[in-house]
Design a protein around this ligand. Structure first.
Ligand code: CMX
Length: 423
């Protein structure tokens, strides 16, 4: 990873100088106030976290290093990881280096399989992923360097090593989880000559179709990062701020991704579509679907895949998947449901008047496409998301290590203290 490290080495002085200047010259400048509804409402919109890798705006959605995600849909995940970490897309030599580095870590220790195979057969795939990553922790270069008394200034180098070990291995682990958990037969070993996402698509053993490989590539690109305040990224950052290594930190973040209001929504989306198929025995009329959605909202359930804590427009990642379905002429019942829901749900949510954003997020489309290619086990979908999101989390942790960021320790208050603050 010499080329990769060299890029970061060049960036380092400017990055650290920027932080030092802000702290020294403007450390006590007020940038925001906080209202009680934010304290009680999940700290929504409080600008209290630093994230250099990507940003999400209400009216446009995700930008990675200031490039709109819809301009990055042809890249490889290796390109995206390099971009997240360094701020630029890799040249050919850098791309080859990172692909080779991931491939060199694709074979994980046998202890991972021993642990995964010992779990109860009906363990959720996200539990398996989180545990599989924790088993890799034994390999942590960062922890070893810390124990050997390495300087804090250089700790990012061991962190980068850990990121590559984690990302190189996570596709092998995730593919194995799919095959073990859903009885798909022998594990498929990584194949030389394939890049990271093509190998992942191959090891899953879902389809030989070339466009399946392309979907997995796109999937890993689109879910890679979503700035620093979402549950998984923020959780990982908090854990990592205690100088826990990336294996502890990513595993912790993925436990948050496993929640139905966050990454599990893609599983819930497909479950929702399967329930609809059963209810109607096929694709219903617009009016029947509309009534079903209204009834569901009336019973206090959410419509999975719709709404967002930040976005106020259609998620561009949904648009990218929608375009993929059009370009590849995917048109089974689930894809039709995905399109029909897009035409109906926003109006229903607007009429209900609760959701601040009635538009679809990425989860409204991703599952239908995976299902189309034969990945019908929707409990696995959040693992696909997790593999991709591990890139963003790793890159965010790496940048924090480069900056020497502080341990996270905000102040908590009681309801009574909030009451007395009003007075
Ligand atoms: N269906 C029904 N009600 C919804 C809704 C939806 N899709 N989206 C929001 N609402 C409701 C909220 O539950 C909330 O109701 P209460 O006031 O009764 O609590 C109200 O509308 C206001 O919520 P909001 O401010 O618009 O949204 P939040 O920031 O609180 O929550 C999110 C955001 C994503 C959790 C929410 O939109 C939701 O539950 N969506 C469905 C699940 C989903 O798709 N999650 C994936 C998000 C992407 C990701 O993070 O991975």
């Amino acid at each position: 990873m010499d080329l990769f490290k060299a890029r970061l080495d060049v960036k380092l002085p400017q990055l650290r100088a920027e932080r030092t200047t802000l702290l020294k010259e403007h450390g006590d400048t007020q940038i925001s106030t906080i209202a009680i509804e934010q304290v009680l409402g999940g700290m929504r919109a409080v600008p209290a976290l630093l994230c250099e890798t990507s940003s999400v705006s209400a009216d446009e959605g995700l930008r990675i290093r200031n490039i709109p995600i819809l301009e990055l849909t042809k890249q490889t995940p290796e390109d995206i990881f390099f971009l997240l970490c360094t701020g630029v897309l890799p040249n050919d030599a850098e791309r080859a280096e990172i692909s080779a580095a991931f491939a060199s870590r694709a074979n994980v220790p046998d202890s991972v399989w021993d642990v995964l195979k010992a779990l109860p057969k009906d363990t959720h795939p996200m539990v398996m992923l989180s545990i599989g990553i924790l088993v890799l922790e034994k390999e942590s270069a960062f922890r070893k360097a810390y124990e050997a008394g390495a300087s804090k200034d250089d700790s990012w180098k061991a962190t980068l090593e850990d990121c590559v070990t984690l990302l190189g291995g996570v596709t092998t682990i995730a593919a194995a989880i799919y095959r073990i958990r859903f009885g798909k037969g022998d594990l498929i070993v990584p194949k030389s000559g394939l890049d990271w996402s093509a190998n992942f698509a191959y090891m899953l053993g879902v389809s030989d179709d070339a466009s399946w490989q392309d979907l997995v590539r796109l999937y890993l690109v689109l879910h890679s990062d979503h700035e620093g305040g979402n549950v998984s990224a923020m959780t990982s950052h908090v854990v990592s701020s205690a100088l826990s290594d990336v294996f502890y930190s990513v595993s912790a973040g993925l436990n948050g991704l496993a929640g139905p209001l966050h990454g599990l929504a893609n599983q819930e989306c497909l479950r929702f579509i399967m329930d609809l198929r059963q209810e109607f025995g096929g694709v219903p009329t617009d009016e029947a679907l509309r009534e079903y959605c209204v009834k569901r909202l009336g019973s206090g359930q959410v419509i999975p895949g719709y709404g967002h804590a930040v976005l106020r427009v259609t998620d561009p990642r949904f648009t990218a998947f929608h375009q993929f379905a059009e370009q590849h002429n995917l048109n089974d019942d689930n894809v039709q449901f995905m399109k029909k829901l897009f035409a109906i749900v926003p109006e229903v949510l607007k009429e209900q008047g609760k959701a601040k954003n009635p538009w679809p997020n990425v989860d409204a489309a991703s599952g239908s496409l995976l299902y189309y290619y034969g990945m019908t086990e929707f409990e696995f979908y959040t693992v696909m998301f997790g593999v991709s999101r591990a890139m963003g989390i790793c890159s965010q942790i790496l940048v924090h290590r480069m900056l020497g960021s502080s341990i996270v320790r905000p102040k908590s208050v009681t309801l009574a203290e909030l009451g007395s603050m009003i007075k």
